[in-house]
Design a protein around this ligand. Sequence first.
Ligand code: NDP
Length: 246
Amino acid sequence: MTGQLDGRIALVTGASRGIGCELAEHFAAEGAHVYCVARTVGALEELDDRIKAKGGSATLVPLDLLDYPGIDRLGAAIHERHGKLDIMVANAGMLGVLSPIGHIEAKTFEKTMATNVTSVWRLIRSLDPLLRKSDAGRAILMSSGAAHSAKAYWGLYAATKAAMEALGRSWANETMNTALRVNLVNPGATATRMRATAMPGEDPKTLPQPRDVAARIVPLALPSLQETGRLFDVRENRFLDVHMPG
Ligand code: NDP
């Protein structure tokens, strides 16, 4: 590793497993201090052990992102300790259910929206002032190809990711003249628990592994990044779209 993130303060949600866990490890290996957010304490502790074994540092944040005041308290704690945040990755998410739209339970619809959209808005609301205090704030919102397709039975998940992308693009336009850069990522099919739930018949060995996917996302956190308001496609390893100012 090259210490590309030495001294940077990063926050990754959904750090207990899958893509977020690997991203937190990559950031720490590059020298960042990483706030690792998720509900599963045991998995966060295992991540902390791996980070420390490689000489990195992390703060574990056992938090349910549906606890919105908890998100505000997290922002206040980072403000008190560092006065800024350099990198925010809104990666935590849930699939909800693959189902005909008319058959989705109200509770499932509301929880999936709350997890994938409302909590991201609350993170932005709480952390935007801290990211603006950084000399090169970087925000990464984890989307999905589903946001741009209209596959049968994927309507709930697709709607949440499309809504999150809209928030992210508006935020990028609001912050265009600042040092903050806001981008969306489509990781593509990745061998994680979420993917296994969506595609139970699939052999995970045939899919890209979370570690390799995360490695391709790291450059979006670097101070040298110029792009904002754009969608990075991990499989293609490039930005696919053109930024459209609001
Ligand atoms: P996983 O299911 O492996 O991990 C999801 C993570 O989100 C876990 O760390 C989980 O932690 C966390 N999380 C979920 N709900 C909450 C909550 N209420 N509060 C706090 N943390 C929560 O998913 P992936 O790694 O596959 O997905 C990561 C992101 O990438 C997601 O946004 C997903 O939509 C997106 N994506 C994934 C694809 C894939 O093929 N894997 C394809 C396209 C997009 P815990 O349970 O410990 O709280």
